[in-house]
Structure formats: C-alpha cells, structure tokens
Design a protein around this ligand. Sequence first.
Ligand code: ADP
Ligand code: MG
Length: 726
Amino acid sequence: MATLRFKAWEDVLHRQPKHVTPPSDKISDFFGSMVFNDEAMRKYLSSPVFKAVKKATNTGSRIERDIADHVASAMKEWAMSKGATHYTHWFQPLTGATAEKHDAFFTPIEGGRAIEAFRGSMLTQQEPDASSFPNGGLRNTFEARGYTAWDPSSPAFIHSKTLVIPTIFLSYTGESLDNKMPLLKALTAVEKAAIPICQYFDRNVSKVTCTLGWEQEYFLVDKALYNARPDIMMTGRALFGHYPAKGQQLDDHYFGSIPERIVGFMRDFETQALELGIPVTTRHNEVAPNQFEVAPIFEECNLANDHNLLLMDLMEKVARQHDFRVLLHEKPFAGLNGSGKHNNWSLATDTGVNLLQPGHNPKSNLQFLTFFINTIKAIHDNADVLRASIASAGNDHRLGANEAPPAIISAFIGSQLSKTLDDLEKSISAGKMTPEAKTALKLNIGKIPEILLDNTDRNRTSPFAFTGNKFEFRAVGSTANCAVPMAVLNTIMAHQLIEFHKEVEASIKKGVKKDEAILKTLRNYIIASKKIRFEGNGYGDEWVKEAAKRGLNNVKDTPRALDFMVTKEAEKLYTEMGIFTKEELHARHEIALENYTMKLQIESRVTADMAISQIIPAAISYQSELLDNAMSLQDLLGPKAPCRTQLEMINSIGKLIDELSENAEKMRQERKKANALTDSKKKAVAYCDKVKPLMDAVRDKVDRLELIVDDELWPLPKLRELLFTR
Ligand code: ADP
Ligand code: MG
C-alpha cells in the first residue's frame, strides 16, 4: 500500500509553474490601486472633508461624526467602484494573528428592496463577538465587551472584494485588547519626547515619526508534501525529521537562482502587495534551502506593521494558489537556519531628517549623536523588557541557536562609532571645558559622516545592530507582530528621551550652555551604558561567559523571559509612559504564558500521536520483514545463516520502539501533571522544563528510526523532500 508520502509525490512531480501577468509592466501604474489613499480621497471627498481627515491623521485629533459620515460614504462609493461588496473591521487580537468580521454593504429596506449602505458609525466603531479572543481576565474584571475603533492613520484598502478598515480593539472601559493600541500610544510617546530635543537643533521641527523597515523570512514547501505532514499542518514546524544529508553546508542556495515555480508565486504575491500599497522591493534566497526573504522600503511604523501583517496573510493565500504552503515559523526544520523578521528602526522629523543619520556639520552630527547615544542608553537600561518583547515558543528555538542572535541583548555599533564614543568620553571633561578642547571636539564630531562612509563592518551576530542610518533589531521572530517589540522599543526610547531632556534642562538652568549641557549628559550616558555594547561574535561561547561577567541576562526560555514584562520597574515604565495600566500589563503577561503553554501542549500531543500511530507501525512492519527474512534464512541454512545485520537491526528497532513509547508515556504523565497546575507561570515552566525535553527524546528515537527503516515504508515526507521544489 502506498503511503500518503508517495501519493503526495505524484502530485509534486506534475507541478507546473504558474505565471500571473501583472496589470502593467510599470509598477507605478498599479501601486496602491487598492488603497483608499490621498489620491482616492481627493477624488471621492470634498476638499474641506479631505483637509479635516488629513489633519486628524497627522495630529491624531478626533474625526467629527458628520465628517466620518462623509468619509464612510466616499469609501463605500470608491470600494464598490472596485467591486467590493463587503466591509470589515480588521484588528490585531492578542493571539498574534489578525482578525476580521465581515458585513455586507447590502441593507434591506422597506418594500422588499435593498440599498448599499455604509454610515460613519459603521466606519468608526463595531462590536465583534469578543468572547473568543484572549483578554487575560480583563473582560471578567471589567465586565466589558470588546469594540473595534477605526484607526484613520492607516488607510483602508480592498482585499478579496472586501473594504478592509484597520482598527484598534479595546474593551468597553478602554483597556486595550490588541497589539495596535499600545503601539500607537508608544509612537505618540516617543514623538512627544523627541520633539523638544529636536528643537535644541532646529526650531522648525513639529513632528517626529518612527520608521520601520521589516525583513520577513519564510520557507516554502509543496502543498501536497505539507498535507502529508500532520506536525507541520498543526504546529507550523517539523516535529520529526533527520537533518538532511545535503543541507545548507554548501551555502549554495543563498542568492542562488530561484526555481521558476517559486518565481511565479513571488511575482504574483508581490503584484498583489504592490496593489495594496506595500512597497516590496527585494527578493532573494536565504541561507537554508527553500528559505526566502521579502522586504519593503521602510514606512511610518504603524503603517509598516499593518503592511507586514497584511503581507503575511497575503503570502499564505497566494501560496495556496501556487500549490505551496508558506511556513512563517521561527524554526520549521531543526538543523537548518531559522527565520527572523529584522526590524530596521529609526526616527524621522517633518523637516526631512533621519535622526539616526549622521549629518554634514557639527550641529547635525551632535543631533545624530544625541539620538544614537540615547538609544544605546535606552537599550542598556531596559535590555530585559526588550528581551521579553521577543519571547515566544517559536523564537525559543532560534535565539541562541548558532545562526540567530543570542538571547542576550547587546548593541553593536561598529569600530568607528565605538572609537567616536571613546573619544567623546575622553575629550569632554566633567568640569569646565577650555575653548581649545571645545574646538577640537567640534572638529571630531564634524568628521562622523566621513568615517561612516568606509564603515564596512557589518556584524551579523548582534541582536541590535547599528547599520549606518538605523538600528536593526534582529532578534524579532518571523511570526511576530512587530507591534509588540516596536511598542517596547519606542516606549523605552520615549522614557530615555524624557530623562535626557530633564537632565539637559537642569544643567541649562544652572547656567551651563546648551551644547555643553548636551555633551556632558551624553558623556555620562556613554560611561553608564558600556556593558551593553558588544562588537564581537554574538554566536560564540566566549560571549556567553563575558556577558555573564558583565551582568547581562541570558534567559533562554519564554516563561522566564516573560517575567521581565512584569517586574516592578517594568510596571513603573509602562504605567508612567501611559502604555499599559497595571491590569493591562498583567493581562498580557497571562495571555503570553497561556499562548506558550498551548503551543507546547499541541506540539506534545501531535508528537505522541504521530510517533505512536505512524512511526511505530512503520518500524514494526519493517522489523517483521527483517524477522521473516532472518527466519527463512535460518530455516534454509541453519543457525549459522548469514543474517547478523538483520538480527542487529531487529534488535535496534525493538529497542528504539521501546524507548520511544516509554518516553511518550512519560511525556503524557508530565503533561497531565502540568495541566493540573492552575498558576499559568508554573504551568508554562512545567511544559518548558518537563514536557519539552521528553518531546525531544521522542523525536530523537523517531529520527534514529528514520535512518534504519526502509525508505519505502517511511510514512512521512523527509526533510530533504520537503525542501525540494519542482
Ligand atoms: P540588509 O539588512 O538586508 O543588509 P539594508 O541594510 O539595505 O538590508 O536595509 C534593510 C531594511 O532597512 C530595508 O527594508 C529598508 O527599508 C530599511 N531601512 C532603511 N532605512 C531605514 C530607516 N531610516 N528607518 C527604518 N528602516 C530603514
Ligand atoms: Mg537585515
């Protein structure tokens, strides 16, 4: 009987590339055609309404009811002209994915007739059935229902004949139940904190935005092979599978040529992404076979994040149409590279300045240094909350494995900037500075752009690296909602900038000149934040030892990393900055722990189910074959018959089967014990410390059997097969 694995192969071998022709050869002809952007708004809105909307989106002010009515009606008209029949409020519940509730424009009216209606109230607020979304006890505490509310700062778009409206999701009493609301709060906080500092250098700055450029890594596998792997279907990763003989040792996949079928998929989803206004540009192979990356040009952080979530969704949909499945998991295949989502982060002003870009004169460079050094200080003081922001069951497999950034947070800035900071530390004296010293310092600061030009050192092993004009937060996992780490990063930056402003103002009040006050404060920060700077190899064991000496934390698992979310200091940070109330913070902590436990629980169950119902039967079949063979040989040739190999294999298989089922049974017992725990932290730790090692033990036995059992009898597509594309 052919196994599912071989049936799948019949499909795979018949695959043909599918090419979809883009609407035009010129991208500018269709870029953003499905977005209710400025161009569409100008066409469908009267000039005063357009201005009111722009003002509201730029300043975050309220949109009045009658304006909302106008916008809704214009949106509907625009959407229907593009074939949309439904609308939906799109939101980001704490499950990590996005959710939507579709409603038709179509509304029955008297006399058995119908009209298409979409009023301002339907645009601005909806009440989805919130009961099925995680709330960490907030709903019970506050007896609140969940509401979605329009986020006018991210434009509506059309997807699958539906007008999609980006929204925040909150409880009746105002607690956030999603990932977007804290992000928006953090973005406002960082803007408010940054403006007065920008004004030290340029009075004209009145707006500061955070910019985010993410790089999304993913794997592609054939749909039929995916369907023959219950583990990948249910958990997003291969729970079994021996490391393929030809993996990534040769590194021949990186930037190699991409198979035609995959190019067909990429063109298709990129075209659709461009229509949705997502400025995707790059496409290349990653290190592991069948691993790829897509990255757009950076955008304002909230929009960039909505675009990332939309793109993840789009990729999955388009992949199916091309008979692929996308794996966004951080570590789909043990032994091969994992997937991350680098978050390139910076701050920009409405005067066109990137605050992390060195300028052309001492003044703009001092501004650069101010934001640069404040970032390092923020990371130094808050490394642990940043670590918590990237904690997830999937990312645990990646952080600290030797191709991803370690679980130790540190910042890389390159040898040139390290030298600049060292020089600054030396040349700024704590006491009064001589005019000569000031001139020398100015000269030094003026030289920064030159030295950065030949800055070729690009450390790839750092979790948080300065890359010339932005920081790249590399430890973010590929499935993550960037809103989570971005909310944290902008919060700690806002907090730091407020501190900085206070200190500089205090010096100025004491009669110190502004520039000198800034420089002296920066010098103190350089000295205070040294231990977070690391220029060496982040993958090496020496760093683990060195980091421990420096007192940097290296917390490798999610349940423990999440503790950093709810320390007294973290509570103070989030409440002071107005990002979370204490209740919201603890609710989130609870949900994150529950997510972790749920993921491991599912993985553990699937591991046992597959090991017992698929692997052991295959191993027994092969063992019986060997046994038949050995017995026949002995019948024929007597006890001296040459069947030593067969007997050894029969023995090995028997032993492995026994060990496998023993471990599976132990795992079941540990799961039972863990499930009986009522405290979510204890439960997550039990899954981490007790269940997970047994899952690894079961996997080890299965992977050993894979090497012995007849390939024809093996029920699961092997890793090397999953990574094959035709
Ligand atoms: P890589 O990290 O793969 O070498 P690049 O350094 O070219 O790639 O850039 C990576 C990403 O950084 C791109 O997605 C780009 O849009 C983004 N990026 C560039 N400048 C900024 C900025 N000022 N703010 C945020 N992201 C930026
Ligand atoms: Mg990168």
